[in-house]
Design a protein around this ligand. Structure first.
Ligand code: GLU
Length: 276
């Protein structure tokens, strides 16, 4: 076994190259405790998790890179995997990813099936509407067409609290919701303020939309982990280090620059909770 270690490492490196050349997204790349680490992120949320060719950018990506580094994985050992809202729990349960950094709110019902480290950020649910819209909050959504994403806390909150009289359409991603709104069939898109700010600032939408700016929930972004994972403590230590040395603030500023987004200073930066 020992003799073949170098050969194995070389083979694994070649595999990693092949995988990154075809854009990742698969379940390959080892068992997660070897040469690479599989990290689930969003691919379509500018400023948070965004795939542009072979480039991955955003605040979630920067936090994930910092944490991975602290766990002993360099950037080229990370395999980025697309983790849409509706698939996150299943991906962790089925061992398709090792960790998820994907605007993933810590909730009690999710905690029944996955573990969370963090939180590393606190956002709030808000609305994105046309610049000249008269919608100022969720109570104005009666008889309106609202778009959100399947499997998100955002869609769930609308169903639990504001559904009456609201026509909620659920799509796989927020970018698709904004495309629909741009086409005029949707009156408002709802999810976390930081996500909406990043989407609205896309060059194609300049001057079209505004974030209402009256958040009506608290979304604690956690690092999704398979149940029983032994990584929670180390990840919390890494998050604390990132906050203390200023890298967290820099990452947040860089990734929200030009969007007009102001993080809630009462809740940010958060202190990671105790691991259970
Ligand atoms: N943070 C919320 C959630 O975890 C909404 C954003 C998302 O869908 O990723 O459901």
């Amino acid at each position: 076994m020992r003799k073949t270690r170098i050969a194995l490492a070389a083979a694994a490196a070649a595999t990693a190259l092949t995988l990154s050349a075809c854009g990742g997204g698969g379940t390959g790349g080892g068992d997660g405790d070897g040469d690479s680490i599989r990290i689930g992120i969003k691919f379509d949320q500018p400023g948070l998790g965004f795939k542009d060719g072979e480039n991955y950018t955003g605040f979630d990506v920067d936090v994930a890179k910092f944490v991975a580094q602290e766990l002993g994985y360099s950037e080229n050992q990370i395999e980025w995997v697309s983790a849409p809202s509706a698939n996150r729990e299943t991906m962790l349960q089925n061992n398709q990813v090792d960790m998820i950094f994907a605007t993933y709110s810590i909730t009690d019902s999710r905690k029944e099936v996955v573990d969370f480290a963090g939180p590393y950020f606190v956002a709030g649910q808000d609305l994105l509407v046309a610049n000249d819209s008269d919608i100022t909050g969720p109570e104005d959504l009666n008889e309106r067409n609202l778009c959100s994403v399947t499997g998100s806390t955002s869609a769930q909150k609308v169903k639990d609290t504001y559904a009456e009289g609201t026509n909620l359409q659920e799509l796989p991603g927020y970018a698709e919701c904004v495309t629909q709104m741009s086409g005029g069939t949707i009156d408002a898109v709802t999810t976390d303020d930081i996500i909406l700010a990043g989407l609205a600032a896309q060059p194609a939408y300049q001057g079209q939309f505004k974030v209402v700016g009256a958040p009506f929930s608290e979304e604690n972004y956690g690092v999704g982990l398979p149940k029983g994972s032994d990584r929670c403590e180390a990840i919390n230590e890494a998050i604390t280090k990132m906050i203390e040395d200023g890298a967290w603030e820099t990452a947040l500023q860089t990734n929200t620059e030009g969007t007009g987004y102001e993080p809630n200073a009462d809740t940010n930066p958060p202190t990671p909770a105790a691991c259970s």
